[in-house]
Design a binder for this molecule. Structure first.
Ligand code: NDP
Length: 399
């Protein structure tokens, strides 16, 4: 059916590549392009020989012209951006210059100010519309599947959604005292930022990790969950019309938070560059280099993730509650694709979103978040490609 250029060769990209190769009727040809060619070649060596034809290329995705040149030589139907959020705009610019559809899993971030805002990418709406091409933003798990879960709830179960609580639990244990499950820099920037949630048309800021509850999650058990800001809140607050409150919660163990507090207190999580031996370095960039590579956690991680949406509202004038979630097992993910569940849940979301575009189901000119499309074919594909979901119509609610 089509050709995909996959940019990045880290934990998430590896899952995207495996999943594209499991779906060769849609992904007939892929090109894996990243900064370190050896990582692209290692993926190709592992998966070559199936129906999907695989190429690799070295690419610096900070350089728009390099991306344009690669697009012009490979001629993809879609670019799947699973590099880092810093590359979103250069890649979108290259897609505009060449007239190719775009998809990513994380909003653009400037290197120096962690913002978690869609503003920069939403500014491309008119240009994508005029060019007649589609950009899908945030098609991982959260953002990604969580947005599709909300759209599915809205379409099938509610006339009006009032409250959404997104709960992201990771009960995986990798045996290290401290490591992050995906890119450490992005992960730590997210957690050390102020919390924020949407209520009655306003954004309410909270001190980092200051709101804590315990939630008993299916297949995982009771866990400490903390209120965080997460990027899908911004688009869902607009796209789920009339929603009164949306919050995002994530689990952290006491051990993880103790390490994080110490690193913060000594200044290691700062992105403000300091001079060291005549060179300017951001402490967080240095920290990223000494922490375990997320890709190396796969073989060590045991346990499950559970990510879902607890939704309250009304249907036919009556109050209604609904919980939709996926449980993903770290070891089963590793056995299937060689990555743990965090990369797995993100990579399946990215492949599925790209498949929606290639099949023409989620294809219209402009820049969109996933909840703006018909959720049903995406939800069907999740069941087929490794992220089966479950429903509960009487969940315990968060106050
Ligand atoms: P990794 O750090 O494992 O991989 C990032 C990859 O991007 C690496 O291969 C890296 O190259 C490559 N890269 C970085 N800079 C450039 C550049 N300038 N040009 C070309 N390639 C580059 O990250 P993950 O795989 O864990 O995460 C990938 C993305 O997925 C991130 O944007 C992350 O925020 C997002 N994510 C989204 C989630 C969701 O649910 N929506 C959840 C988890 C992650 P090199 O190998 O040389 O370092």
């Amino acid at each position: 059916m089509g050709k995909a250029l996959i940019i990045g060769a880290g934990g998430v990209a590896s899952v995207v590549v495996h999943k594209c190769c499991q779906n060769p009727d849609v992904f007939e040809e892929i090109c894996i392009a990243s900064r370190t060619l050896a990582k692209c070649d290692a993926l190709k060596d592992k998966l070559d020989g199936g129906k999907t034809i695989i190429q690799t290329a070295r690419l610096d995705a900070d350089n728009t012209q390099e991306i344009i040149d690669l697009i012009e030589s490979f001629k993809p139907d879609i670019v799947i951006n699973v590099a880092l959020p810093y590359q979103d705009l250069t890649i979108m610019d290259a897609c505009l210059a060449t007239g190719v559809d775009y998809l990513d899993t994380a909003n653009y971030e400037p290197l120096d100010i962690p913002k978690f805002e869609y503003k920069w990418q939403w500014d491309y709406r008119e240009r994508f519309e005029k060019a007649g091409i589609t950009a899908i933003l945030g098609s991982g798990f959260d953002p990604g599947v969580t947005g599709v879960f909300c759209a599915y709830a809205q379409k099938h179960y509610f006339d009006q959604i009032d409250y959404i609580d997104i709960v992201d639990a990771n009960a995986g244990d990798h045996g290290y005292p401290f490591a992050t499950n995906f890119n450490p820099e992005i992960n730590i920037r997210e957690i050390t930022a102020n919390g924020r949630y949407f209520e009655d048309g306003k954004w309410i800021e909270t001190e980092p990790l200051s709101q804590k509850k315990v939630y008993d999650l299916p297949e995982i058990g009771p866990k400490d969950i903390y209120l965080l800001y997460h990027e899908e809140l911004e688009s869902l607050a607009i796209n789920i019309k009339g929603v009164k409150r949306i919050r995002f919660w994530m689990t952290f163990s006491e051990k993880y938070l103790t390490h994080l507090r110490v690193l913060e207190n000594v200044g290691m999580t700062s992105i403000e560059p300091i001079e060291f031996e005549g060179k300017m370095i951001a402490p967080l960039h240095f920290l990223t280099k000494v922490l375990p590579d997320p890709a190396s956690l796969g073989p060590r991680t045991k346990g499950k993730t559970n990510i879902g949406c607890i939704i309250q509202g009304t249907k036919d004038g009556k109050p209604k509650t609904y919980y939709v979630y996926n449980v993903c097992d770290h070891q089963e993910s590793y056995e299937e694709v060689g990555s743990q569940a965090i990369s797995y849940t993100t990579g399946v979301g990215a492949m599925t979103g790209a498949m929606m575009v290639l099949k023409g189901i989620w294809k219209k000119p402009g820049v969109f978040n996933v909840e703006e499309f018909d959720p049903d074919p995406f939800m069907d594909a999740l069941n087929k490609y490794g992220l089966p979901w479950h429903e509960d119509f009487a969940p315990v609610l968060l106050d």
